[in-house]
Ligand binder design. Structure first.
Ligand code: V4E
Length: 195
């Protein structure tokens, strides 16, 4: 399955309207540590490596012509240590964390998110509250084929408009964190065209 998702800022009253008739699924705490090297090797390529609750994950842009990438936030996710080592060209070793440290990777953003998950019709709605004072919503649809992605994004945008959400581009939690707390890193991402 492919996740098609879009982030939204919530204004007062938006959450209540969005959740009318929605079913609460679960609440989870995500403890994310985002890693890069001092030369910003990964993030200037729009690659995002994190340890989420103890499991490493790497997001790589899909460069998918079927759907506008910035609109859709489409990334391929590698979630096994083996696949991540191979994508990063890391040597084999005892633990991926140790190999990353030896290869000069450090944490640039530790972010704790309280995520509430709901379902309304086919839409999955994530409400994320971050520990550094930022909040966003994400609306997702699952599709089976890449050819269905464009229609799914249109369905998300139509649904959002029906709920009177603003559909302006939204900074994800990591970009927001970097902008607030890592100004040098942020300007390198701007130079690289990542943001
Ligand atoms: C893809 C990405 C980043 C990694 C974090 O991804 P995000 O979807 O924000 O996190 P989360 O917690 O919702 O992941 P999930 O639980 O859905 O797996 S950080 C930045 N990006 C891309 C990006 C970009 N290049 N530019 C802008 C303005 N925003 C986001």
């Amino acid at each position: 399955m492919i996740e098609v998702e879009k982030k939204f800022r919530l204004l007062p009253g938006d959450e209540e309207r969005l959740l009318v008739g929605a079913t609460f699924l679960k609440e989870v705490t995500q403890r994310d540590l985002y890693f890069d090297r001092a030369d910003f090797l990964l993030t200037t390529k729009d690659w995002w490596l994190r340890d989420r609750n103890g499991v490493f994950e790497l997001k790589i842009p899909m460069n998918n012509a079927a759907v506008d990438q910035r609109q859709a936030d489409q990334y391929r996710e590698l979630d096994t240590d083996e696949a991540i080592r191979s994508a990063l060209g890391l040597p084999p070793g005892s633990s991926i964390r140790a190999t990353l440290e030896q290869s000069g990777f450090t944490v640039f953003a530790p972010i704790v998110t309280q995520r509430r998950k709901y379902q309304r019709e086919a839409f999955i709605i994530d409400l994320d509250v971050m520990d550094f004072g930022y909040q966003i919503a994400e609306i997702e649809l699952l599709v089976e084929k890449e050819t269905e992605m464009k229609a799914a994004m249109e369905a998300i945008l139509l649904f959002a408009r029906q709920q009177q959400l603003t559909t302006a581009p939204v900074r994800g939690k990591v970009i927001e964190y970097i902008q607030r707390f890592r100004p040098e890193h942020f300007s390198r991402l701007v130079q690289a065209g990542v943001v």
